[in-house]
Ligand binder design. Structure first.
Ligand SMILES: *Cc1c(COP(=O)(O)O)cnc(C)c1O
Length: 418
């Protein structure tokens, strides 16, 4: 794949101003795109009402949580710690739903505060019942199918541990009866992608489950809307996938008289293309005529791990004081002493290299990595090689950049050592 690309929302002048004020590497979020995405999610087609939650694990900075909350989104938290982080950012507990792999030790307090809870395993359901007999609960089911991009992003089916396996519904009912619980919500987050056919199938499977729980009033279809980060990758059209889903809700109501409320909780869709990492070319290397030309950045897996673990593709552009006419094939690498710190792997093949065509690079050029909003700042092996955590800024509608996370001080890295 070779692109000579332009960054999505940074030009040389803006990049230069941000670099001068905040240094590099720095995450630059775009407020206009964040707001537009929130509006698109809140317009998801629905028959009997919608609650849209932001899956905050994608990018948990308080400034982003507040922006989305002000726009009307609620929050999906993936751990008890995320619940506390959202509350600390000013989100009220009753707007937070928790679906976690690990049950927080203070679950009882969180529920008392108004957090909505989805049991993601039989033992979670049992522990919830012991804490809160007679309570209302959501059940996360693994309906036996998923369509995530690969084994690491697939969150439904045999190879996924998320949720209660659909064949265990009798055991769920047994626990509901034992602790006098009411199942009011069914939750399935299976990473359904961008195909309306798949969404239709998912909605059908879900209603087969809802049918078996007469007190359920809400169906949560999770997140997992595919977002293209490269020009040749598809993105989900929420209006297109949502329409057949809406019709399923209407059909179910005609069949059963039950008007089910829809919840969705996208992460990637809301943030993936709202952020770019602004970095600098800090060195160049070549391995000769039969080898490769390398661009070495002052960023890498410490800010963006997805290429190293998924072979994820991100748009990479150079911003130069004077645009270069000649182009070259480059492998772009990060600054860690780790051979896997590669920003141009082959698509889906983190072990393989895929050169990109870029303008001839010089040390000191700005390099912009787009599509770095979701699972970027949130999911890094930060502190590897003792690089301090990068700063985060938000480009406001006015065009000025506001700091939303300071660059970490070096001493902070070892502050907890005793
Ligand atoms: C991660 C997650 C999401 C969001 O997934 P995206 O692929 O980022 O949209 C939604 N719901 C749950 C329960 C999750 O764990």
């Amino acid at each position: 794949m070779s692109y000579i690309s332009q960054p999505c929302f940074l030009d040389f002048a803006t990049a230069h101003a941000v670099a001068n004020s905040f240094g590099t590497p720095v995450y630059v979020y775009d407020q206009k795109t964040l707001e537009a995405n929130a509006a698109a999610v809140l317009a998801f087609p629905n028959a009997f009402g919608l609650t849209a939650r932001y899956a905050m694990k994608a990018a948990p900075n308080a400034a982003i949580l507040k922006l989305f909350s002000n726009a009307g989104l609620h929050i999906d938290a993936s751990s008890g710690y995320e619940v506390h982080r959202a509350v600390a950012a000013g989100i009220s507990a009753d707007k937070i739903s928790l679906s976690a792999q690990e049950l927080p030790v203070d679950l009882g307090d969180l529920i008392m505060a108004g957090v909505v809870f989805n049991a993601c395993s039989l033992s979670q359901l049992e522990r919830f019942g012991q804490l809160n007999p007679g309570g209302h609960v959501g059940i996360r089911i693994n309906p036996g199918a998923g369509s995530g991009g690969n084994n690491r992003t697939n969150v439904g089916g045999y190879s996924s541990s998320f949720g209660i396996w659909h064949e265990l519904i009798p055991q769920i009912k047994e626990l509901l009866a034992r602790y006098k619980l009411t199942a009011v919500r069914i939750h399935t987050h299976i990473g359904s992608g961008s195909d309306p056919e798949v969404w239709l199938k998912v909605a059908e499977m879900n209603f087969d489950i809802v049918r078996q729980f007469p007190d359920v009033v809400t169906l949560n279809l999770g997140g997992g809307y595919k977002v293209g980060r490269m020009p040749d990758e598809n993105s989900t059209d929420l209006q297109v996938i949502g329409q057949p889903v809406k019709e399923k809700f209407e059909d179910f109501s005609i069949d059963t008289g039950r008007k089910i409320h829809l919840e969705i909780e996208p992460g990637s869709y809301l943030v993936a293309n709202t952020c770019a990492i602004l970095s600098e070319v800090q060195d160049l290397a070549s391995t000769g005529a039969d080898g490769y030309d390398f661009i070495k950045l002052n960023t890498g897996m410490t800010e963006l791990l997805r290429p190293s673990i998924y072979g994820a593709q991100h748009l990479i552009s150079l911003l130069q004081p004077k645009a270069q006419k000649s182009a070259k094939d480059y492998i772009v690498v990060g600054h860690c002493c780790e051979s896997g710190d590669i920003l141009t792997p082959a698509p889906g093949e983190p072990e393989l290299l895929a050169p990109r065509k870029l303008p001839e690079a010089s040390i000191g050029d700005y390099c912009v990595i787009d599509g770095a909003g979701a699972y970027a700042s949130a999911m890094t092996p930060k502190h590897y090689n003792s690089y301090p955590e990068a700063a985060e800024v938000i480009l406001e509608a006015s065009g000025s950049a506001r700091l939303i996370r300071r660059r970490q001080e070096l001493e902070d890295i070892w502050a907890n050592e005793v």
